[in-house]
Design a protein around this ligand. Structure first.
Ligand code: ATP
Ligand code: MG
Length: 277
């Protein structure tokens, strides 16, 4: 077999790693549509008649006091928590309430939890490589035989996350901020259509926050991103449209200036100023 031919066949082995063209249909409206969503925990409505839509390619910030329901909202979108009532659609084709958590992830919804969960003993590069494989158990047989498109994607993501120089270093030596970027990078390997990020800058230095702002704003247009964050300075630096959640519902929505001057929002944040600062 010629070398060229064997190389071509080798690439085919990796076809399963290239996500199928996402079938999400956004021609008739938003990428995320939530209508009258309610979920109770022991009679307490953590989400209460929530209505929220996110446009394709949008970067949306969600703010709100502790316990407002922000994380629960992400749990509902990703299928971790089932609402008692309401509708949750991904584009106009996919009813997320009929899908399992893994099915929703496969559809192109990536979620970043607050605590980074990178593999410390592996290099930055290997972490990204691992994030690309569908079946994590097959990794050892894939190392050193990565198909060209996969390598290109890793290079792209290294660039986006500013980790190119650190590609061969073990993830364990990264700073807290760099680990957060690596984890966002691991999600980006799958080219999600919608990325959910819960409190990305908690514990970051000012400089790391600025870099994170660049990373997230750089994704807008290509991916839709929903960012939950308490740090108002950070939110201001990336915000286009901001949604304020309170007691499980949308209290206000608009530009950062609009929501911050809204008397209802000011009232809700009174007494929370240390946290919101
Ligand atoms: N699995 C659960 N069982 C019982 N109560 C829950 C559960 N998950 C969330 N809650 C409650 O629902 C409410 C909303 O919680 P959630 O974590 O969504 O708030 P949040 O807006 O993310 O707050 P924070 O800013 O502190 O992260 C809280 O009162 C919380 O205690
Ligand atoms: Mg939360």
């Amino acid at each position: 077999m010629s070398l060229i031919k064997s190389l071509a066949q080798r690439d085919r082995v990796f076809d399963f790693m290239v996500p199928a063209q996402s079938p999400v249909d956004v021609r008739h409206g938003p990428i995320l549509y939530m209508e009258d969503v309610t979920v109770s925990f022991d009679g307490f409505k953590a989400i209460n008649d929530l209505n929220l839509t996110v446009d394709d390619g949008e970067l949306r910030c969600i703010i709100g006091p502790n316990g407002a329901g922000k994380t629960t909202m992400m749990d509902i979108i990703t299928g971790k928590t089932r609402p008692d009532q309401g509708k949750v659609w991904f584009g106009s084709r996919h009813n997320l309430l009929t899908m399992s958590e893994p099915e929703i992830a496969t559809l192109g919804i990536g979620r970043k939890f607050q605590k980074p969960t990178v593999f410390e003993a592996l290099s930055v590069f290997e972490n990204l490589e691992l994030a690309m494989t569908a079946d994590k158990r097959v990794l050892p047989t894939l190392i050193a035989r990565l198909a060209a498109p996969a390598r290109e994607r890793i290079d792209e993501v290294l660039e986006m996350t500013g980790l190119t120089e650190l590609r061969q270093r073990p993830a364990g030596i990264l700073s807290h901020g760099q680990k957060q970027w690596l984890e966002i990078g691991m999600l980006l390997m799958q080219r999600p259509r919608l990325l959910l990020v819960d409190e990305p800058v908690a514990g970051m230095t000012e400089q790391e926050m600025e870099r994170t702002a660049e990373l997230l704003t750089g994704l807008a247009g290509k991916q839709s991103v929903v960012v939950v964050e308490h740090d108002m300075g950070f939110v201001r630096s990336i915000a286009r449209k901001v949604t304020v959640l309170h007691q499980g519902s949308v209290l206000a929505e608009g530009s950062m200036d609009q929501v911050q001057s809204d008397p209802r929002v000011i009232e809700v944040y009174l007494g929370e100023s240390e946290e919101a600062a």
